[in-house]
Write a protein that binds this ligand. Sequence first.
Ligand code: AMP
Ligand code: ZN
Ligand code: ZN
Length: 421
Amino acid sequence: MRWTSRIAAAALVALLQACATPPARTPPPAVLSEARPPVTILISIDGFRADYLQRGVTPTLTRLAAQGITGPMRPSFPSKTFPNHWTLVTGMVPDRHGIVGNRMEDAGHPGETFTTASDAPYWWNAAQPIWVAAEQAGIRTGTVFWPGANVAWGSRATRPDHGDYAGGARPHDWLQYNQAVNDTQRVDTVLDWLRRPQANRPRFVTLYFDRVDTVGHAHGPNSPEVTRAAAEVDAQIGTLVDGLAALRQPANLVIVSDHGMSETSDTRVIPLGLPKDSYHLIEAGPFAALDPLPGKEALVESTLLKPHPHMACWRKGEIPARFRYGGNPRIAAIFCLAEPRWMIVEKLPDVPYTRGEHGYDNQSSDMAALFIAAGPAFRHGTVPAFDNVDVTPLLRDLLGLPPRTDMDGDDAPFRALLRPS
Ligand code: AMP
Ligand code: ZN
Ligand code: ZN
């Protein structure tokens, strides 16, 4: 045979084989009958500002956004990590769910201060996280980190002023937060859970990456280091997507961040200008939360409750309504908010050591958060700007849980983009 005839013959054989045998990727009927139900995976990239998506270094996120739905998401106020992560899984604003800052105090528990290491349930009990709702409905859950996921939610102290708690619910699988667990290990843990037999496999999972936030604080949002961190986390999500495909595990991915990042500088600081013995400070930075000491109320108010360059201060009950903040008893008496890129300090020369910060006006573009959702439940489309209180209602739809009427958000932004299940 001449070489042209040989090629023609080979092409014909290949064509016949292609017609006779199904494509290699089609599973045989026996496997099809064991088709996996979809898993819902909520992924948080802490501190991923919405516009990082335009840096050209996140091919996985860009592809998922092109397949599914995306849109700018407003964080809740204050634009800090713990308040917003709790909002994302409870559908309530911080003023109602009770995690009103990364640091706070509670008159009912004098002498105790909430920090990111606090897991005493009373701090968290005001709003039910979605993994508890799912477990109660018989849906198995697993969390590779999420603020509050290590808390025995709903448990009560066995005696007043006693550290022992009884009852309470956690995700079926959860890990104590440890920043040293690297991103590869986090992704591998999720995939390992999904390799289990169906009865032990979670149907709702959270996955959390801190890297972009950590680097954003250290180097600022416009640094090459942040761009590199965004690329690295994107690659990890790519590994997850590939791993899911290898397992033939359908997945609805909901990828969010808790807030953006604003560029701070030693030259943009606002001193509180108060005598040291006149107030008790809970927190300072993008905002300051403080209580005047007894007898010093007039001094503190006359110093702070007047116009300041780059900063506004209010009594807690007078914070503008659009922040939806100020009613919770855990919020300090006086609240000051800096303009994005500015930092409130106790006094000069206390200068910020960070290059990036968040906690500012949740409607500022610097604080805009990431939102991408892709998977079999989603059509393709973009959503106009929406509030992050709408994420839990969306997750409830994905899990087949009925809507709750006591939340601050609903699934309205997504309804037209969801496929009927
Ligand atoms: P922020 O101070 O608002 O920037 O908080 C972000 C920090 O919270 C990151 O450095 C994380 O390491 C830390 N973090 C995130 N999740 C948890 C958690 N579940 N428990 C304790 N710390 C956490
Ligand atoms: Zn954060
Ligand atoms: Zn942060």
